[in-house]
Design a protein around this ligand. Structure first.
Ligand code: FE2
Length: 218
């Protein structure tokens, strides 16, 4: 289906009647206890109920945003990165400072992100849970869903995409140091566009070199 066809059913920003929105993710796991502990720590989730075979967690008013299910007979898939299915789930902060504080908190507990990217529409730190599922912890780069959506909609092909459309890798430690030294998020984004905080590998993801990273690291 084309971009245009998918948009025809909307009237401005009004969704067609009967549109459901994302409510929760259910992950199968062979190590439920470690997963529960990790999600409670990283996402400040609360366990609303744990019935042994499954735990239901949430960090807002929904009765659960995450289910962790352990089904007898399932096996750990150590090669999940190379199979189809979910690539990552994403969780959003309202402010850059909260994401930066998450990085510092987890770093001090020995949990480091796998890759950090300023996507120019979102500022994203990617973490692996104990099963190797990827999570994207993000904040909207523009602080405004309408603006970042507009950028996406105005990008009709890779040829007219904004600079660094897929993003620039950043070193979260350097970012945290810049913030601690008083740099604002706006200033940090400007300095990122000049590659000041790059990790030195795959600095700009607007290249075919993204593919090995995408398959292996993300
Ligand atoms: Fe994502």
């Amino acid at each position: 289906m084309s971009v245009e066809e998918s948009n025809e059913r909307y009237v401005g920003e009004t969704r067609p009647r009967g549109t459901a929105i994302l409510h929760h993710v259910n992950l199968k796991t062979t190590r439920k206890e470690a997963m529960v502990e990790w999600y409670v720590k990283v996402l400040n989730m609360r366990v609303n109920v744990d019935v042994g075979l499954a735990a239901f967690l949430s960090n807002d008013r929904a009765n659960h945003r995450l289910a962790l299910t352990t089904i007898p007979g399932i096996t750990f898939n150590e090669n999940k990165r190379f199979h189809d299915g979910v690539h990552h789930t994403a969780y959003e902060y309202a402010t850059f400072d909260e994401l930066n504080e998450l990085y510092l908190r987890l770093r001090d507990e020995g949990i480091l992100p796998k890759v950090c990217i300023d996507h120019r529409t979102s500022w994203s730190y990617y973490y692996e849970d104990p099963d190797g599922n990827m999570l994207e912890m993000q904040v909207d780069d523009l602080g405004d869903w309408d603006l970042s959506t507009q950028i996406m909609r105005e990008t009709t092909s890779i040829e007219n995409a904004p600079a660094h459309f897929f993003g620039i890798s950043v070193d979260p430690e350097q970012i945290a140091a810049a913030r601690a030294a008083g740099a604002s998020f706006e200033e940090i984004k400007e300095r990122t566009a000049a590659f000041e905080f790059s990790t030195g590998e795959a600095k700009d993801y607007n290249t075919p070199e993204i593919l090995p990273d995408f398959a292996v690291k993300w």
